[in-house]
Design a binder for this molecule. Structure first.
Ligand code: FAD
Ligand code: SF4
Ligand code: SF4
Length: 1009
């Protein structure tokens, strides 16, 4: 193919969005099909949905959040009437450009969630917008999981998995969606709705869609009549292949509905809407041994794959030298990576089982195999979880390193090809030579070697014509190599999209592409459903609509727009996600390059609320992000820019006088409550709303009818004599009292009491007022105020703890984390002090130190716990659950729980943020009452109580009540200091990464590909 360059300039991308957004007539008409508030059409809304995880970008004319199948049917009819194309969008993690539209983009994730486990986990019924990891959490108690296992499982949806026929490192072909989908409900563009499992479904399908049903049989005959094609289909689908439609459906089935339902797998939303799925689940294999085998060269590594696969390895991940080099200096990976020879290559191998008794036998098999291999480093398999984590850190850190190291302005291109596994060794060598020949010497090859499915990462600019021409030449050569030399697949698992659409015929030949075109015509006669994806007449389709990557703030510039961060963000359903905040920011920069365009002004206006005010700056996104971006930092940077020197200096003054501010805050809360009690809640709401209107919704909190009462001015009396730890009550617990009224026990009273009962006395410093973890300043971007407060507090902590001799217990988890991570705000001497302090969160302290010394005599039936973001970050969720279990017979930690978005005071500033963030958790708990609702952060508890409608409080209260009858033990007993220090170390351990859901199986987290 020759490639006159079709598109590349930044200007081409700035002209595709209109400052008015969606035309009024289109909004109005769509508002007649779905509720008007679910039609998004402002420029900012179009821009934020224009990108998926691919390196393409299409600007939709309108975005619609569909809620029901009837609405989707209405949208199909509307699209046909107005001849506007329509594309479905779930989580938008697709890599080949198939989740984008320049017509109507119909979002089918938000309102399409739900999991119903059937037959003791043998089957699971799932709504298409459900995040796949969420399904696995529901299946976990049954020892089952979904077959498909894409690395993006914590972010992508089940509908996306089926539509792309996504797979991963273990599932291979046998357990992909094509082979594990028991039935599905689909809606055709004609409006015909079919549940394939319903009695008489095949007959009704034939009656309602006679042309489609008959046409499928005709196509089947055409395929069967071509012996060469039939043979190729049989051979090629023994391996992963997502190029074009799944032609194996024509060979594997002979009844039209069965053929069609299998064709829907991998159809990338081009044939029908998938409204519900039922999967046959597969056994989870939680026990495993892992080995990192390092070979002298990539060819030798490739040759070892077949013997390992035949011996039963459940995962074999190849990593070339460039992959391993990219991570060799990362913490947590084996040290020997640094000294490996230049051409070395690794295989990361798992043997997994559901039965721990089988592990020893697997170890023997693996040891025999390894003995026959020529390895650079002695290879051995281990069941040790820490070592396994080290090995998988190599694979998991790959994308991070490549993404982080890319030059600004360049894109990361992630490709996905399959070779016959028997010829993998030669294929990798050829692939590497191709990189060099086309000017990509830093290309990184890795992937699911067990299935011959390789990924490679290239970084290059898509901003300049010459660069696009280079990419075009590379793609032609790649197609020649994969198809011409190996008869492999140009897409193994990421879907054809726009990226490989021009090459489908090259891979499959003229007869096959004719069958595919006819299939598309039969199901979608108007050609309006995701046009340009899979079937595309344009030989340059893969070079059009390329996404430019302008340089933005360094805190977010590395973003590869993968979408991993979206499910964990509390504002995702209210305004924007972290990815969207970055995508919009990139569009602003594109616009700025042209000038002060009307679009730029419109984006800036809406970004203030959509991007900035409603970010909780909780940093949840960083934990899910493969390149470790905390979008909250980007937001804080913008907030800081909004401050004048005068407001900065006022913020420092507030910090300096914080002891007075605390006192005034208690008075204000008391006055507010009195006013509300006297004149009604509406009076306080009206007053604060008025103040918000004349000041700022981002600075002036709205009065909350559930505002807790003020704390007593006096903290519990403690003594430094014999104290084993310093207790630093967070300012929020010094200002707010318990929800139960004046006589109720305060959190400091409760913690001091159980510490006494456990004979681990605490001391609260007399001058604790005025010190704080700095979050109120930090979250609003007051840099000087943050620095002043943190330096002051660390100095006080240093003194109170007797220069670090005593540990310090903090009773709000977010404050503990805030203090631990405050180093970059500190002066050198205070950074040293911070390092010398032992900071214990109340969860660690109570779980590790007090609990073994307490006797629970009053147990509850069940409790619900909510682990706040900082507890996730500290890896202490299990301890919170254990503390719940210490006081109750049953503990529920809802799988739908996430960050509450309260974030210090944001929940008061923007109550709608907390309401939106906790919507799903509230629904999960609505019909599931518990005896107590426990957490570990006061402000989050306020938000939870308000939205969930249950009285949340610290777990400390529950433990204090459960141990009231306890006689103090005779002595403290030996080893207490050791226990405290161990607890501190555990609390400091780096957080588990990889999104809200912790998943079974290998290397859950930031894997890619
Ligand atoms: C970093 C990274 C790693 C990845 N790793 C893997 C991997 O290991 N294996 C793998 O296979 N993929 C991987 N992917 C690709 C991607 O995550 C998967 O293809 C995923 O299944 C897409 O799901 P989604 O919910 O994001 O769907 P989307 O991207 O939103 O949509 C996917 C396609 O499905 C269509 N669609 C969505 N919902 C429906 C519906 N209800 N009915 C009809 N059509 C619908 C859309 O129109 C689109 O064509 C990775 C992506 C990223 C960014
Ligand atoms: S900091 Fe929190 S609210 Fe802000 S983008 Fe990240 S996850 Fe979302
Ligand atoms: S911020 Fe991180 S997780 Fe989110 S889209 Fe960007 S790279 Fe992906």
């Amino acid at each position: 193919m020759s490639h006159p360059i079709v598109q590349s300039s930044r200007e081409a991308q700035t002209s595709d969005v209109d400052a008015h957004g969606t035309p009024d007539w289109l909004r109005r008409e769509l508002g007649e099909v779905v509720a008007a508030d679910r039609v998004l059409g402002r420029p900012i809304e179009l821009v934020m949905y224009a990108s998926d995880a691919s390196f393409y970008r299409l600007m939709p004319q309108a975005v619609v959040l569909a809620e029901t199948t009837a609405e989707v049917a209405g949208l199909f009819a509307y699209s046909r009437r107005r001849r506007i194309p329509l594309t479905f969008r779930a989580a938008g993690t697709s890599l080949s450009g198939q989740a984008q539209s320049d017509g109507l983009l119909v979002e089918v994730a938000r309102h399409w969630r739900g999991v119903q486990v059937e037959d003791d986990g043998v089957r699971v019924r799932v709504q298409p917008g459900t995040i796949a990891a969420r399904v696995n959490l529901a299946l976990r108690p049954f020892g089952r999981k979904l077959g498909p296992d894409p690395a993006s499982i914590a972010a992508c949806t089940v509908g996306g998995i089926v539509a792309n026929n996504s797979s991963g490192m273990c599932c291979g072909v046998a357990q992909n969606a094509y082979n594990t989908l028991a039935s599905l409900t689909f809606l055709l563009p004609s409006g015909t709705l079919v549940d394939t499992a319903a009695p008489g479904a095949a007959r009704r399908f034939a009656e309602h869609e006679p042309a489609l049903a008959a046409g499928l049989l005709t196509l089947r005959e055409r395929v069967l009549a071509d012996a060469g094609l039939t043979e190729r289909i049989r051979t090629k689908y023994t391996r992963k292949n997502t190029t074009g439609y799944g032609l194996n459906s024509f060979l594997d089935f002979d009844e039209p509905l069965e053929i069609f339902r299998h064709l829907l797998v991998g159809s990338e939303g081009t044939l029908a809407f998938i409204a519900e799925t039922v999967f046959e689940t597969v056994a989870a294999l939680p026990y495993r041994i892992t080995g990192l085998l390092v070979f002298p060269d990539v060819h030798a590594a490739g040759q070892a794959v077949v013997p390992l696969r035949d011996a039963g390895a459940t995962a074999i991940e190849l990593m070339d030298r460039a992959s391993m080099r990219s991570v060799e200096r990362k913490p947590g990976v084996p040290a020997y990576l640094v000294g490996l020879p230049p051409g070395a290559a690794g295989l990361l191998v798992d043997f997994s089982t559901s039965d721990p008794a089988e592990l020893a036998a697997l170890e023997r098999v693996a040891a025999t195999l390894v003995a026959g291999l020529d390895l650079v480093v002695p290879g051995e398999f281990t069941p040790d979880a820490d070592l396994q984590a080290q090995y998988w850190a190599v694979r998991g850190g790959l994308f991070t390193s490549v993404g982080a190291a890319r030059d600004t302005g360049t894109s990361v291109l992630l490709e996905d090809v399959t070779f016959p596994v028997e010829r993998l060794a030669d294929a990798v060598v050829d692939l590497t030579a191709l990189f060099v020949a086309h000017g990509y010497p830093d290309g990184v090859v890795f992937g699911h070697a067990k299935d011959g499915n390789l990924h490679f990462l290239l970084t290059q600019s898509l901003n300049e014509p010459a660069e696009i021409a280079r990419y075009a030449g590379f793609m032609d050569a790649l197609a020649d190599l994969v198809v011409g030399r190996y008869d492999g697949a140009l897409k193994g698992e990421h879907g054809t999209g726009r990226n490989m659409a021009p090459f489908v015929e090259k891979e499959w030949g003229a007869t096959a592409i004719a069958v595919m075109r006819e299939l598309k015509r039969l199901a979608d006669p108007d050609g309006l459903l995701n046009p340009g994806t899979i079937i595309n007449d344009d030989p340059q389709a893969h070079l059009r609509h390329l996404k430019t990557t302008p340089t933005i703030e360094s805190s977010a510039d590395r973003c590869i727009e993968c979408g991993y961060c979206e499910p964990v963000c509390p504002s995702r359903e209210l305004t924007t996600t972290p990815r969207q905040r970055i995508v919009i920011r990139r569009e602003m920069v594109r616009q700025e390059m042209v000038g002060q365009t009307p679009v730029l002004l419109a984006l800036r206006r809406d970004y203030a609320y959509m991007g900035l005010e409603t970010c909780a700056t909780d940093g949840m996104c960083e934990r899910a992000c493969p390149v470790e971006i905390n979008t909250g930092d980007l937001v804080k940077g913008f907030r800081a820019e909004q401050h004048s020197p005068r407001t900065e200096s006022a913020a420092v003054t507030v910090a300096r006088r914080f002891a007075v501010v605390e006192r005034l805050a208690r008075v204000a809360v008391r006055t507010g409550r009195t006013t509300a009690a006297t004149f009604g809640q509406r009076s306080m709401l009206g007053l604060t709303d008025l103040l918000r209107a004349v000041t700022s919704t981002d600075l002036m909190p709205r009065w909350d009818p559930d505002m807790p009462p003020p704390a007593p001015a006096r903290l519990p009396r403690t003594s430094p004599v014999g104290a084993q730890a310093v207790y630093f009550p967070a300012c929020i617990n010094r200002i707010f009292g318990p929800a139960g009224g004046a006589d109720a026990t305060t959190l400091p009273q409760a913690l001091v009491a159980i510490a006494r009962r456990a004979q681990v006395p605490l001391v609260i410093p007399d001058d604790v007022a005025g010190s704080c973890c700095g979050t109120p300043w930090q979250s609003k971007g007051y840099t000087d105020g943050t620095a002043w407060m943190l330096n002051h507090t660390v100095e006080r902590l240093w003194e109170w703890s007797d220069a670090g001799r005593l540990p310090v217990v903090v009773d709000a988890s977010s404050c503990t984390l805030g203090l631990r991570e405050s180093g970059h705000h500190l002066r050198d001497e205070n950074r040293l002090r911070l390092a010398g302090l032992t900071l214990l969160d109340s969860i660690d302290f109570v779980h590790d130190v007090l609990l073994p010394r307490l006797v629970v005599d009053t147990r509850l039936g069940s409790v619900a716990v909510h682990a706040v973001c900082s507890v996730h970050a500290a890896g202490s969720v299990g301890k919170l659950e254990a503390l719940g279990a210490a006081v109750a017979d049953a503990v529920v930690n809802p799988v739908d729980a996430g960050c509450c978005g309260f974030a210090g005071d944001r929940g008061w500033l923007h109550p709608e943020l907390t309401a939106s963030a906790l919507r799903h958790e509230a629904r999960a708990l609505a019909d599931d009452p518990h005896d107590a609702y426990l957490s570990s952060n006061r402000t989050c508890e306020v938000g939870l109580s308000r939205v969930v409608g249950k009285p949340y409080r610290s777990f400390v209260h529950a433990l204090e009540e459960a141990t009231r009858a306890m006689e103090p033990p005779a002595s403290t007993g030996p080893g207490l200091t050791g226990a405290l220090m161990r607890s501190a170390r555990a609390g400091r351990r780096s957080p588990g990464r990889g999104g809200g859901a912790s998943l079974p199986g290998p290397a859950a987290g930031s894997r890619v590909g």
